[in-house]
Design a protein around this ligand. Sequence first.
Ligand code: SAH
Length: 242
Amino acid sequence: MRFTVMTLFPEMIDAVLGSSIIGRAKSAGIIEINAVNIRDYTTDKHRQVDDYPYGGGAGMVMMAEPVYACYKAVTEGIKVKPRVLYMDPKGKTFDQNMAKELAKEEELVFLCGHYEGIDERVLEEIVTDRVSIGDFVLSGGEIPAMAMIDAVSRMVPGVLTNSESGVDESFENFLLEYPQYTRPVEWREKTVPDVLLSGHHANIEKWRREKQIEITLKNRPDLLGKAELTAKEQKYLEGLKR
Ligand code: SAH
């Protein structure tokens, strides 16, 4: 799968996505990440990418033409028009389901804004999805693009090893993950819950599901409505609520 990031700061992308699980997937050739500098597609001698907003107001706006020229160049060799995701606080909020859906694509193009954003006309022309990573404003789209590339890559077959599998993770089945423990058994007088040491798989499974229900009720009760619970688990939840 190939990710292309159109940005004014390609060095940010290269610095962060070269390590850990994503870096390993890159080296293994499972994913490819190309950061492309929009400024390279300016034609004036000052390599200007932004200008004052029409109608006045604070800040600068990225101009349409360099973004368009960059888009033309990166999509030149691609047969089917790829999805182009504009990182946008006004967009639809990104979540695990969107990550899974995007992981089915062969090719994704990310467009990062900076300053006050990008001239609306080029967005209308090239963008297929406007996506936000949450209700807050960052100074650029690079961190959102990297967050999404990380989350999407984890859903691409072969990126996670079996032992890292994403099956039990938070948001699967609308439940948050259970707490995790590793050695030693006792740390600063705190011990690992007995059941995890018992080797009794059914009990461990039950304990984990109950913890998931507990933590989801505490931190994200909005998710619980969509979770599929057995009759017993439903009773457990009712008990917690009381
Ligand atoms: N003036 C704009 C914000 C511009 S922030 C507004 O009020 O809507 C500059 C750039 O950062 C945006 O173009 C976008 O690409 C990126 N950005 C900021 N916050 C973001 C968020 N929560 N999700 C995705 N992208 C974001």
